[in-house]
Write a protein that binds this ligand. Structure first.
Ligand SMILES: Nc1ncnc2c1ncn2[C@@H]1O[C@H](COP(=O)(O)OP(=O)(O)O)[C@@H](O)[C@H]1O
Ligand SMILES: [Mg+2]
Length: 355
């Protein structure tokens, strides 16, 4: 949602309007009642991915620095229109993979296709489909936010109006004419996100988009990713904020020490790891008798007590038995819910052995 202030061509009255990028709205001047149509700049990109199944294909990617394999025979596909989370501990090889995907470094071996185009042979054409947020965002420090964005907008066939709207959308409206050299890290990151989405690219590649952002910035970025997905954009996002990724992504890939150790939905990975949901029961009062009774229930795997809450790891068939045991032991249940295995648990299991 962006705001715009228009000047009525008839009576010169100022009218402030709100809408989404690309949205067309009728504006009625509250002063002279003149009517007009205003289209917010931006909106759908003229470019569309042509390959219907995979927007990004990575096959056998290997990249070594001297004799150190930073990325070792990594293969995965990103389906068109999905949000794919790329996770891994620091130094796992995420940025190296992303740089190779965009042909910013030369891989030792492997094949990468963006929208069906080989990145090493048709890089220029392939990159037209991509909006990219690098891990270390850099701009021309002696140019303003608007001048910087306009520079990129030319390459993406986007207008100055769209740049202004994006600067405003990312909360930098007051800094539009400020030199980027005077920006804080978070402000540069916000401007980096604005640059990535200029021209509404059909594929977005974001390397740690939450890096350096305050909570409001994190929400802005998350909402923008959702908005882009709803427009049909494919999003590839690397992040270490697992709760964010769990809430956003259709599928995840987990890389550890240069090796892709998992690629699937969080729930399928949890099943593969045999991670069970927990039932979480809040009681009016906790007692040793209740804890003992629950621990005696056949087939439960773990019991955790946090004040008046009892968390029990068990299969779905054992839930009712746990509840009956609590009630028989005199427990008064005031709240009850199931906690599904988290991406954090999945991530920790797949990256075991890393400090
Ligand atoms: N230009 C480089 N020269 C030497 N080693 C590098 C270079 N770039 C990355 N590496 C190494 O490759 C590994 C993976 O790095 P990177 O892809 O940046 O990890 P991540 O993004 O997952 O944190 C690290 O051990 C890092 O030190
Ligand atoms: Mg990185």
């Amino acid at each position: 949602m962006v705001k715009r202030t228009l000047v009525c061509p008839n009576c010169k009255n100022k009218v402030t309007i709100q809408g989404d990028l690309g949205e067309k709205i009728q504006v009625i001047c509250p002063n002279c009642k003149s009517k007009g149509i205003f289209t917010f700049p931006g909106g759908k990109s003229g470019l569309k991915t042509t390959d219907n199944s995979f927007a990004i294909e990575v096959r056998g990617l290997t990249k070594s620095f001297n004799n150190f394999k930073a990325v070792d025979d990594v293969s995965f596909n990103v389906r068109t229109g999905e949000i794919f989370g790329f996770l891994g501990p620091n130094g796992a090889g995420k940025t190296t993979t992303i740089k190779a995907m965009l042909n910013l470094i030369h891989a030792n071996s492997g094949e990468i296709k963006i929208n069906g185009l080989d990145i090493t042979k048709k890089g220029k054409e392939a990159k037209k489909y991509v909006g990219f947020l690098p891990e270390r965002v850099a701009f021309y420090n002696n140019l303003t936010a608007l001048q910087n964005l306009c520079f990129y907008a030319k390459m993406k066939n986007a207008s100055k109006e769209e740049c202004k709207a994006l600067i405003e959308e990312f909360g930098l409206g007051e800094a539009v004419n400020k030199k980027v050299g005077k920006f804080s890290k978070g402000m540069v990151q916000r401007l980096g996100m604005a640059r990535a989405v200029i021209g509404n690219p059909p594929i977005l590649i974001l390397d740690e988009p939450s890096g350096g952002l305050d909570p409001r910035g994190v929400v802005l970025v998350r909402d923008k990713i959702r908005e882009m997905k709803n427009k049909g954009t494919t999003v590839f996002v690397s992040s270490h904020i697992l709760s964010e990724i769990q809430a956003l992504c259709n599928r995840v890939g987990i890389i550890n020490r240069g090796v892709l150790v998992a690629e699937d939905t969080v729930s399928k990975l949890s099943k593969r790891l045999n991670l069970k949901p927990k039932i979480s029961v809040e009681l009016e009062k906790m007692s040793d008798g209740i804890v003992k009774a629950v621990k005696k229930v056949d087939g439960i795997e773990d019991v955790q007590i946090i004040n008046k809450i009892i968390n029990v790891v068990c299969g779905p068939k054992k839930k009712a038995k746990v509840i009956v045991a609590i009630e028989k032991a005199g427990g008064n249940i005031i709240n009850l819910h199931t906690i599904e295995p988290s991406l954090e648990e999945v991530f920790m299991k797949f990256t075991e052995g890393n400090q």
